[in-house]
Design a protein around this ligand. Sequence first.
Ligand code: SF4
Length: 206
Amino acid sequence: MSRKIIEVIPEEILKGDLKNYRKKALALGATDATIISTDEIIIDERVRAKCLYPRCEGYGTSAHCPPYAPELDETKRIVAAFSYAILIKIDAPPDTIEKDNRTVALKHSDILSQIEAMAFYDGYYLALGFGGSACKSTFCPTEECSALARGQSCRFPFQARVSMHGAGMDVFKMASRAGWDVYPVGFSTQPADVPYVSHIGLVLIY
Ligand code: SF4
């Protein structure tokens, strides 16, 4: 049931809601979730540089990836307009590096979208998620991005979002500051090299 919109949500209600979103994320299968203030969101030009040098195969292939993702200044302004966010992760078994990484990415996106929707109907109507992976590889691996076609929109408007890294957020540093152990996974990473593979996203709440 939707809550009535009120302009300023009292602190005690906000704090209770944030705890509920964390609990809900865990109930939906997140490995962990943590409430952060938005001044803990780290935006760094070097993250966006990694999309370009060397150029990622996803660059320019979806409306949610650079160069179509918001520029760093825009992301900074959006983030600064919020006070709280919830960081949500799934640690997947290392063998997902070689097989079925997409199933985990879809599950993680589903959790983020459910939390964003929950917040929306609670009156945080500007709640906005940032994903843990590029939407092209997660949702449309074999199709052209419809959102880039004239007169069309995204096929997955309630699930697909700009990824944290696509928006220039330093996910590793933020996760590390949240007390989470995270490991870099690259083309040469073998399942034996890492204890798990982390998928991390966030929802800006209020
Ligand atoms: S249509 Fe597919 S690739 Fe394009 S923005 Fe939506 S989810 Fe991403």
